[in-house]
Each structure stands twice: as C-alpha cells, then as structure tokens.
Design a protein around this ligand. Sequence first.
Ligand code: TYM
Length: 332
Amino acid sequence: MFYVSCSMRVVSGIQPSGQIHIGNYLGAIKQWISLQEKNECVFFVADLHSLTVPYEPKELQNKIIEKVIAYIAAGLDPEKSIIFVQSQVKEHTELCWMLNTVCPIGELERMTQFKEKSKKFKNNINAGLFNYPVLMAADILLYKAHAVPVGKDQEQHVELVRSIAKKFNQKFGETFPEPKSMLPKIGAKIMSLADPKKKMSKSDDPKSYISLFDEPEDIQKKIMSSQTDSGKDVIYNITKKPGISNLIVIYGLLADKTTEEIEKQFKGKNYSEFKKSLSKTVIEYLEPFRRKQKELLLRDVYVKEILNKGKLRAENIAQTTIQEARKKMGLE
Ligand code: TYM
C-alpha cells in the first residue's frame, strides 16, 4: 500500500452478491479503514453492477443492507466515510452513458473479467456485463477520485478507467484526474480454500471462503479441511506449496507477523498444528465483527439513516461533476 501525507479523494465499492469474505476484507476493506482517517472517502454498494449476472430480485435489498452492515461492522465509520448505495445516486448511470461514448469497444473486449464471466454465464452475456467497466469509470470519475483501493482482480478495470478519463479530457478539456488503483502489498489476491490456484470468490461454494461473519465452528471446519499440498513443513513457496502459502499470507495479515516469523514459529510442527493456530487467530480477529453485526442487525433505522445521509453527501459531489461534464459535452 502507498501512503501519502496530503488528503486525497478515495472511491471504492463491493457488489452485493454473495457474502463478504476475508479476501474482500484483506484486499479492499482493510485499506478503506485506514484510508478513512486522513482522506475524503466514498464507499458504496455496487448494486447496479450485480444486475449483470443472474440474481434474485426479491433478495437484492436484503443483500445490500447486509453489505452496509458488513462495512460498518468491519470498521468503516459513517462519520468519516460517505457510505451509500450506487443506484440511489442517479448520476452514476448518467455519467456511465456519457463515458460509453468515449470508450472504444476494443478496450472492453480485452477485459479478463468479461472473458471469464462470459464463459461462466454463457446464456446471459448481456450488454451490461460488457459495459461493466464503464459503469466503474462513472463510479470513480463522478467523485474525481485520485485513488481506488481494490484487490488485484480489479486492477485492469482501474487501468481502463484511467484511459477513459484521459480520452474524455483530450476530447472535451481537462475534467477528470486519472485515478490510480491501490493494492495492498500483501493480500491483493487471497486464494480459495478449496482450490488454492483459484481466487477466493463470493460466488463459489461457501466452503472455499471464510465469510466475515462465519461462526467459530465453521471457520475451524473450513480451515482444517482447506486444501494443502503434500508435505508437512510450514514453509512459504507459492509455486510448490500454493495452499499452505495462502494460509501463511492470511495468518501473517491477521496476526501481524512476517512470513519468516511464522515459518520459525511452526518449525518442526505439522500442517494440522498450524491450521489449528490459524483457526484460533481468524476466530479471534473476526469476533468483534460478529458482535457488531448482531447489534447492527437490530438497528434497522440507524442503518437506513446512514444510507440516507450518505446518499445526500454523495449527490452533492456527483451533481457538481455531472453538471461540469454535461457542459463540456455540449448538453447544457
Ligand atoms: P467485488 O465485489 O468482486 O470485490 C470487492 C473487492 O474485493 C476485492 N477482492 C479480493 N481481494 C483479494 N483477494 C480476493 N480473493 C478478492 N476477491 C475480491 C476486489 O478486488 C474488490 O476490491 N467491480 C467491483 C466493484 C466496483 C468498484 C467500483 C470497485 C464497482 N464499482 C468502483 C472500485 C471502484 C467488484 O465487483 O468487486
């Protein structure tokens, strides 16, 4: 992660699909929490993005609220950060349309995530899935963000956002800063517990990830049965031992230990002893998150208030930018 001394505008979001897991936390949310101390932060639930793959409309509102609760339970402070739901600020979709007209199709065709999702959802390759990164560009540029804290899988999308900003500025005059993605040095790509060659993903089997609110027994079960390589030494080697290396990364980040310290601590011990210790660490780390979540689940009105306030604060910035962009494009 890079640190800057002066305040900057920071934007990021998470889709409401599936459950927030430790990959999302270590790749994105953990950075958000430290960034909110000194920067102007805008964090939202990307509900419009989640419409691009099959979903259950009746469940969407609950899933959105669940994510807002997860943000706060994990440490986002609504007094410091602007927290809201993407679709409630209409300027996101308006700017998305405008940016569609400066984004070349060829650049969208190159996106790895589009290629992967088109394979996974063969019967639903909709235009929204294709234009997904343009909506991300609108999310980011609407707030004139400088930094976008995300995991590795979103890096390519943020690169495209830079390119869209540059094209818009060239065509219509300097308007948007070119935002940079901000990846944590360690933990930008946490791997699946079931298959350490694949990224941990909300849309996979729950056994493959640890949700922020999993009960202690489930955390223990998932870690103890996670796929590890043959051999018994607790040593970091990403090519030869991807399973144990992924667990070492998680352990290090949650226990605040370096790889060397962990290797030394478990010298002469086997995987099972290491996994037991990791389970304990994860359970203890997530305990306050579970407690806070239970409290917030009973405070419906409070959560809605946060979202209403967040929407107003976000709109305030969004409306100024959209007016500027409309003028520059000749719409006013
Ligand atoms: P989403 O919902 O897939 O993921 C949310 C955040 O979690 C990170 N992440 C991971 N980090 C480390 N290891 C993993 N296994 C892992 N899996 C996911 C993601 O990189 C992301 O930061 N398109 C975005 C949401 C979005 C957005 C935006 C983000 C919409 N508009 C504007 C930033 C700015 C997405 O689907 O994230």
